[in-house]
Design a protein around this ligand. Structure first.
Ligand code: NDP
Ligand code: DXP
Ligand code: MN
Length: 391
């Protein structure tokens, strides 16, 4: 296998550290161009030293002295700040893991598309927010988009026989999150602690809350529409508490191809890292006899209106999903800071969507402007919740 040059955007997070695990298992096959993180200078420096990275960049400039000191004498270039993040992301790499959370990852990921390598996309918010602008950047840069999100990776693998024209629909599975069986009253009283307790996956805070509201699945419906060029009615969601079947492709002859695996993100990450080959990994093997049963059920639209909102945004087109994504990022942050209740997350997003509609987004500047407008409006909704006179 030829040595692959790799960059990780978000190397200190849940997806980032699992990507590092895979590189550390086989270091002679990879040359690490850049590792990029938000604030965790100590872990970033440790990763950079262990993998002999060329560049380590921390977005938070106040963490630069800690990074510089931890890398002193290593020969690794230490840098800080947003511009340095974007410049490092644009350095040539055969494979870039896009795993910064939220729209903070959009510009670094777009910078990476310009060098023509593979973009392993975990950061679904970037694609949901920028839509066609994101896809146009992939095409213009000659980049290859490889889905890391477990469900989309499953669909990508199940479509690999080139049968796209015979596809009838796809099915994305959802664990159902920590409130799968909770009543609306219980959900009203949810705290960040209870909402962060994902029943299956260990993930960063933002996606864990999204899993609890089912906004994660809503974002994933939009993500699937964009990646695979599907209409809303071609994308179904089923709750599957065991998270063993990650996605299914249903063909017009009645065949259904599913991708299964233990719920371990290193499996889809490894798939994209080696694609089109396959790596030998030490990830847990699926034990279907131990699992004993696989359950599937329709999501409850009353307790989880986020899925409906995502479908409405997808149908509305233009910037509606930019608005949904930005308002959700603000509302999730507010919930984590205990400024609003759990059910308020969806209420805030719905209100901002109603107020802003679906403005056109022809280029990156328009996406960023609409994202900022939706954030400001979501903040106004939060203020109105604590003081209704501010509405
Ligand atoms: N975790 C999972 O299993 C899955 C995650 N995803 C998606 O992958 C993405 C990452 O998720 P996850 O790993 O859970 O998130 P985490 O919160 O665990 O990690 C986020 C990473 O982004 C870095 N970061 C945050 N802000 C910035 C910034 N402004 N500039 C540069 N780096 C920044 C963080 O750095 P630091 O920690 O140093 O502050 C960290 O390395 C999300 O979009 C999520 O939806 C998709 C499928 C599964
Ligand atoms: C691992 C992964 O891909 C996550 O997006 C996961 O799907 C989240 O779990 P939910 O199915 O509960 O949203
Ligand atoms: Mn997923």
């Amino acid at each position: 296998m030829a040595v692959k040059t790799v960059t990780i955007l978000g190397s200190t997070g849940s997806v980032g550290t699992q990507t590092i695990d895979l590189l550390q298992a086989d270091p002679e096959n990879y040359r690490v161009r850049a590792l990029i993180a938000g604030r965790n200078a100590a872990l970033l420096a440790e990763q950079a030293r262990s993998l002999h990275a060329e560049i380590a960049v921390i977005a938070d400039e106040s963490a630069f002295p800690a990074l510089r000191d931890a890398l002193a004498g290593s020969g690794i270039r230490a840098e800080a700040g947003r511009a340095a993040v974007i410049a490092a992301a644009a350095e040539p790499a055969d494979w870039t893991m896009a795993a910064i959370t939220g729209t903070a990852g959009l510009e670094p990921t777009l910078a990476a598309t310009r060098n023509g390598g593979a973009i392993a996309l975990a950061n679904k918010e970037a694609l949901v927010s920028a839509g066609d602008v994101f896809l146009a950047a992939i095409a213009a840069g000659g980049a290859t988009l490889l889905p890391v999100d477990s469900e989309h990776n499953a669909i990508f693998q199940s479509l690999a026989d080139g049968n796209r024209a015979a596809l009838e629909k796809i099915i994305l599975t959802a664990s159902g999150g920590p409130f799968r069986e909770a009543s609306l009253d219980e959900m009203k009283d949810a705290t960040p602690e209870t909402a962060l307790k994902h029943p299956v996956w260990s993930m960063g805070a933002k996606i864990s809350i999204d899993s609890a509201t089912l906004f994660n699945k809503g974002l994933e419906v939009i993500e699937a529409a964009r990646i695979f060029g599907l209409a809303p009615h071609e994308i179904e969601v089923l709750v599957h508490p065991q998270s063993i079947v990650h996605g299914m492709v249903c063909y017009r002859d009645g065949s259904v191809l599913a991708q299964m695996g233990a719920p371990d993100m290193r499996i889809p990450i490894a798939h994209t890292l080696a694609w089109p080959a396959r790596l030998a990994t030490s990830s847990p093997r699926l034990d279907l006899a131990a699992a004993a049963r696989l359950d599937f059920l329709a999501p409850d639209p009353v307790r989880f209106p986020a899925l409906r909102l995502a479908r409405e945004a997808l149908e509305a087109g233009h910037g509606a999903s930019t608005v949904l994504n930005a308002a959700n990022e603000i509302a999730v942050e507010a919930f984590l800071r205990r400024r609003i209740g759990f059910l308020d997350i969806t209420a805030v997003v719905e209100r901002v969507m109603q107020r802003l509609g679906a403005p056109p987004i022809g280029d990156l500047a328009a996406v960023l402007a609409l994202d900022a407008e939706a954030r400001a409006m979501a903040e106004a909704e939060l203020r109105a919740k604590s003081d209704p006179r501010a509405a």
